[in-house]
Design a protein around this ligand. Structure first.
Ligand code: PDD
Length: 286
């Protein structure tokens, strides 16, 4: 038994559905040896994947970026995810998909020939952010972004993100806000947003951040709600002077950040732009 894992949890591994606790991959899998693989995290509401097409498009982009052939077309991925959802008793789920380059003799360079990628999927119950997080907001701490320069790839090589998240945990807060060369990048596992004078801002979608599926979604929510949006580099001083900060991810949805390094953000409570985007998010989920 693995703590936190339901005994009836089901996994998909290389063509087979089986109990998650029994799923095994080779120690020579390049995901294990090198972190040579990519992944996706898809939220499921009332048994329906949310923004599935966008998640599959990003998975295809991540695979392309590291030259792993996509093991499934869109319909194939959809069928796999539907079976995973159906195998679990929860209405709201978090589906995790991972593809690694496969099993080969250890050598940094890609193995010659057409290696079969290792394809893995699992699903767990999705506990949506609670009222305390939504209405009370999150405390955060800042830190330098010490990750590599291809953060746009949703890679399973997550050591930089893991250490960042632990930096937050060690300080008793749920997330960090990272800066690279004095400019806002993102959280350890979320995108970060700023509001000043009613204008919503987020860092440029480039190699320095992961473009969250919620990034485009929140852009469209802002447009529909008459909130002006600007994508541009954001200096540390602007973050310190922000009226509102918030973060977004598949699991956190959209949540307000009410303090950074112990100092209140704006009025120190969730602001009106957050409230509007949160309402739009909840409506879209239905
Ligand atoms: N993380 N930036 C980073 C570094 C992330 O890891 C994530 C998501 C995001 C937000 O992306 P999205 O809106 O598509 O969830 C931004 C997932 C949830 C994870 O690793 O568990």
């Amino acid at each position: 038994m693995i703590p936190g894992i339901a005994e009836d949890a089901v996994a998909y591994l290389d063509g087979t559905f089986l109990p998650l606790a029994e799923a095994r991959v080779s120690v020579l899998d390049r995901g294990f040896i090198f972190g040579d693989g990519v992944y996706e995290v898809v939220p499921v509401y009332r048994r329906r994947p949310f923004r599935m097409a966008q998640h599959l498009a990003r998975l295809a982009r991540s695979l392309g970026a590291i030259r792993i052939r996509n093991p499934h077309d869109e319909a194939g991925w959809q069928a796999l995810v539907e079976r995973l959802i159906a195998a679990h008793p929860y209405d709201d789920q978090i589906v995790y998909l991972q593809v690694t380059r496969g099993v080969a003799k250890r050598d940094h360079a890609f193995p010659a020939g057409d290696l079969a990628p290792t394809v893995f999927g699992m699903s767990s119950p999705f506990t949506r952010p609670d009222a305390a997080q939504r209405d009370g907001g999150l405390a955060t701490v800042s830190m330098p972004d010490e990750r590599w320069l291809h953060c746009e790839i949703k890679s399973v090589s997550l050591l930089g993100n893991v250490l960042a998240r632990q930096y937050a945990a060690d300080r008793g807060v749920p997330e960090v806000v990272m800066f690279r060369d004095g400019f806002l990048s993102e959280g350890s596992s979320s995108n970060v947003w700023l509001v000043k004078d009613g204008v919503l801002r987020a860092p440029v979608k480039n190699n320095l951040i992961l473009e969250g599926i919620r990034y485009g979604f929140i852009e469209s929510l802002a447009a529909a709600r008459g909130i002006r949006f600007e994508m541009r580099p954001i200096a540390r001083a602007e973050v310190d002077a922000a009226d509102e900060l918030m973060l977004s991810s598949a699991t956190k949805e959209i949540l307000p950040i009410v303090s950074l390094d112990g100092r209140p953000v704006g009025a120190g409570r969730p602001g009106p732009v957050y409230a509007s985007l949160r309402q739009g998010y909840d409506e879209a989920i239905g």
